[in-house]
Design a protein around this ligand. Structure first.
Ligand SMILES: [Mg+2]
Length: 107
C-alpha cells in the first residue's frame, strides 16, 4: 500500500480513538463487532431494496457506509488492531495470490 495511504489510515484511526475515548463510554470489542455487523446489515438492506428495483436516496447508502467505517474504526481501536498495518499485510497477500494466478493462466 502507498505510504501516504498508510499514514492517513493511521491518523484517521487515532482521531477516532481520541474522539471515542473523550466523548463516549468505554465499550468492548464484542460490542463494536456487533455494531459493525449491524451497520453492514443496514447498508446491505438498502442494497437489497435497490437490487429489487426500489429507488433509494443516495444519501442513505452514504450514511450507512459512513456508519460502517466508524464502527470499523471503533472495533479496531477496542481490539488494538493497527488497521494500516493489517490492511497493508493483507493487500500484499492478495497481490501475491493474484500474481500467482496470473502466472498459472500464462502456462
Ligand atoms: Mg446506520
Amino acid at each position: 500500500m502507498n505510504l501516504n495511504v498508510q499514514d492517513f489510515v493511521t491518523k484517521l484511526q487515532k482521531e477516532f480513538d481520541k474522539y471515542q475515548s473523550e466523548c463516549f463510554p468505554v465499550r468492548s470489542p464484542e460490542f463494536f463487532c456487533l455494531e459493525l455487523n449491524g451497520e453492514a446489515g443496514e447498508l446491505a438492506n438498502f442494497e437489497k431494496k435497490s437490487w429489487r428495483g426500489r429507488k433509494i436516496n443516495h444519501q442513505y447508502f452514504a450514511d450507512e457506509a459512513a456508519d460502517v467505517l466508524i464502527a470499523l474504526m471503533n472495533y479496531s481501536n477496542s481490539r488494538k488492531i493497527n488497521l494500516a498495518e493489517a490492511v497493508d499485510r493483507k493487500l500484499q497477500k492478495i497481490e501475491k495470490r493474484r500474481l500467482k494466478m496470473e502466472e498459472k493462466k500464462k502456462k
